[in-house]
Design a protein around this ligand. Sequence first.
Ligand code: C5P
Length: 222
Amino acid sequence: MGVVVVAAGSGTRLGAERPKAFVEVVGTTILERAVAGVLEAAVDELVVVVPEDLVAEATGRVDPLRPEGVDVTVVAGGAERTDSVAAGLAALSDAVSVVLVHDAARCLTPVVVFERVLAALAAGAAGAIPGVPVVDTIKVVDAGGVITATPLRDSLRAVQTPQGFDRALLTAAHASGAAATDDAALVEALGHDVIVVEGDALGLKITTVDDLARAERLLSDH
Ligand code: C5P
């Protein structure tokens, strides 16, 4: 199984001096926490995608975490998340038939979430992603802010990563060149069923300063 960890975002919403993955949470970078978390799962190959000017630094940070027998490669990402995922997919060897794509920013994701996604794929799903029920009522609005729909809350899930797919299918989905905020959307667009498995509150994406503070609190609680 191969994993692509995308960590090439600038993280402007975090307002830190360094790109988000290189910001520390309780003394360890988001990147190193994410990679260590991924490596708790049954990984054969790991590709880490970072900003071009930080490939050397990232290599130095992830190399000491590499278990024997696991291939770890660090490559440069692109302008959009979709570009970074595509760069990561291209760096996996031909031996990889199942791939998980994971946001480095979700660096506290427990290994059980990886296992749920992998179990769904092993059971025959073309794609599987973690999700949690939403607590707010969600509205669809037009450009003028007028509500055009109110989806039934029970039918909604806030989705997380790792998102897992048949590797050939995900590569085909990316070949469309479309941009999307997650990989499942590209696979759904090809008409394939992607199933949602149970996510975890620890799968939060560190985006803002408040998220960083929350991650720090969660770590001190564990
Ligand atoms: O921007 P957003 O928070 O949605 O990013 C989610 C993940 O995608 C982050 O881990 C970020 O580093 C990564 N990303 C990337 N390349 C980009 C933009 C985002 O690898 N160009």
